[in-house]
Design a protein around this ligand. Structure first.
Ligand code: SF4
Length: 576
């Protein structure tokens, strides 16, 4: 058998119904064409999912995949894609998670896990390098994420990484998520699919080296990449110190389900406030030099002592839609979401729409089982979040997702903004900074309305990112945003799909320079990635090969969605 480099060369296929685990050889041709992560997963979903199935039935397929650069010298690559037919949107559902888990899975010797079927009783998947077993998880069922992870660590050691569901996933909340290493999550309902399969968790220990073809070249590229990041003032001194909330004050925000617009500079707090009031330490995903994430502790008020991590701008910026206004409020809410294993973004959408409808008289106490939905009542939002995870009362209605909730009330549907079952987010809320690249990118995203499928527009609208935009326009890497918008959206989509497939982080910064190794150094969108992939795998990738691979993956995802009933109308109109 030809030796494989970069990839581990092994796919784990787990049949929950039969309780069997098979180690399959990764098809080298599939690997070359679909690269890894999102590409590998989308290929499996397209090949193996029948369009007529219920996403919460045993027929759904759930995939976890890392990329050929994961756990190599290239930093920011402990990322993985979790993909399935989404019970939340009914189309392709994928989410990108970080932490230690992706790096450890690669060190254990696997590129992808494919989970099918449904177990009769709760199980967890235990991976200890070559040893892979399904184990009883009855004692973990009903536990929140932190409790379950502590029990897993007690039994298996603290040198493991975990992907675990909480009550949200167990109760099949359509937007429940899997929580990686306690605070990182993958969106679009993968947690509900794990729950439907009776898969409480995956725990992995990985200690094997990753083989690359050209060690010297990989080392050279990796070192140059690290040096470039660590000497950049913006990335090292600002993002490394404050995380993604560093853009809080220089971004526009929507609030109260777009009832209010918050202009640049007017956010109720900034990253410095979070740091001063809550931060305990900074942390990074495995093999990352940036440390964009925080560990926090609430030190005053009713919730003193609450500890958690990952107060990213998605939580505290987009979260302003829910009416939560303070760093402490978001710290408590994020902890509740993580403990229950439910998704931040979908949680924002559900709460914001429900409170908006209540405030505008579209729903009343009769619809909310007696709950008064007052924007100013922070504690009420915490309580409702727990009710959602348990599917209690009005929480059960919102557990179906904001779109299904909106469908119950014709008047509410007028305020269900989004594309293909996901809320449109970000600058769309601010006419002052309206960015058509962002809108077009979100509308054509293959997983529904999204702020993470076309990062480039943010380069042009955020003051902090303007220098990148100017530099890259001058270098000819990106076209000017004010010329026709299609080319920049297309470039953004290609960069995003490549980042998700090589498993390079893009969520911390929404920035070309993060998503694609050495873009600034090479003065070209794809050349750095092509060199890194060639050195890792021993195959010769050109920039054109990468463009072709990106378009191949996107086309396959679109074909999958067309099979699920998506039409040109649902793709382009700004509602579901
Ligand atoms: S930049 Fe942040 S999210 Fe990205 S890999 Fe590093 S620590 Fe993780």
């Amino acid at each position: 058998m030809t030796e494989i480099y970069g990839w581990s060369g092994v796919v784990l296929r787990v049949d929950m119904t039969k309780g069997t685990i098979r180690k399959e050889r990764l098809d080298p041709e599939v690997a070359r064409k679909f690269i890894g992560g999102r590409g590998l997963n989308s290929k499996v979903l397209f090949d193996e999912i029948d369009s007529k199935i219920d996403p919460l039935s045993s027929s759904n397929v759930l995939c976890f995949a890392v990329g050929p650069l994961t756990s190599t010298w290239i930093p920011q690559t402990s990322r993985m894609m979790v993909s399935t037919l989404s019970p939340y949107t009914g189309i392709l559902g994928d989410g990108n998670a970080g932490g230690r888990f992706p790096g450890y899975l690669k060190h254990a010797g696997y590129d992808q896990i494919i989970v099918t079927g449904r177990s009769e009783s709760p199980k967890y998947l235990w991976i200890d390098n070559d040893v892979v077993k399904l184990k009883d998880a009855s004692h973990l069922w009903g536990k929140n994420v932190n409790e379950a992870v502590m029990l897993l660590e007690k039994k298996n050691g603290r040198d493991i990484a975990t992907a675990c569901i909480g009550k949200g996933g167990e109760n099949l909340v359509r937007w429940a998520t899997a929580i990686f290493d306690r605070v990182s999550s993958a969106t679009r309902g993968a947690g509900a699919v794990m729950g439907s399969k009776n898969l409480k968790a995956i725990a992995v220990r990985g200690t094997k080296p990753v083989k690359v073809r050209d060690k010297a070249k990989m080392y050279e590229i990796g070192q140059a990449d690290r040096k470039w990041f660590s000497k950049d003032k913006w990335i090292h001194d600002i993002v490394g110190e404050l995380g993604s909330p560093c853009v809080m004050k220089d971004s526009p925000h929507g609030a109260h389900h777009f009832d209010k617009a918050i202009g640049i500079g007017d956010a109720p707090f900034g990253a410095e406030d979070i740091k001063a009031r809550l931060e305990v330490s900074r942390k990074a995903c495995y093999n990352c030099v940036i440390h964009c994430k925080d560990w926090y502790e609430v030190v005053s008020g009713l919730h003193t002592g609450v500890r958690g991590g990952g107060l990213e701008v998605t939580v505290v910026g987009l979260g302003l839609q829910t009416g939560i206004q303070t760093p402490e409020g978001f710290a408590v809410w994020k902890k509740l979401l993580d403990e229950n294993g439910i998704c931040v973004q979908a949680g924002i959408d559900a709460l914001a729409l429900a409170y908006f409808c209540y405030q505008h008289g579209i729903i009343t106490k009769k619809d909310t089982d007696g709950l008064k939905l007052d924007w100013a009542d922070q504690e009420g939002k915490f309580k409702l979040t727990e009710m959602i995870a348990r599917r209690e009362g009005f929480g059960n209605t919102l557990a179906e997702g904001f779109y299904n909730f909106g469908k119950l009330y014709p008047e509410a549907m007028k305020y269900v903004y989004g594309q293909k079952g996901m809320m449109g987010v970000g600058p769309v809320a601010s006419p002052d900074n309206f960015s058509m690249t962002f809108v077009l990118g979100s509308a054509t995203s293959t997983r529904g309305g999204d702020n993470l499928r076309t990062g480039p527009s943010l380069l042009h609208i955020l003051p902090s990112h303007k220098r990148w935009a100017e530099k890259f326009v001058k270098q000819g890497i990106i076209p000017d945003v004010f010329t026709p918008i299609a080319p920049i959206v297309q470039l953004g989509q290609r960069v995003s799909v490549l980042a998700d497939s090589i498993s390079r982080c893009k969520t911390g910064l929404w920035d070309y320079s993060i998503a694609v190794p050495l873009m600034g150094k090479y003065g070209h969108p794809y050349r750095g990635t092509a060199e890194a992939l060639s050195a890792a795998t021993g195959l010769q990738y050109s920039s054109d090969d990468l463009i072709e691979a990106a378009d191949r993956i996107t086309s396959l995802e679109r074909a999958f969605n067309v099979r699920q009933g998506i039409t040109s109308t649902s793709t382009h109109k700004f509602c579901c």
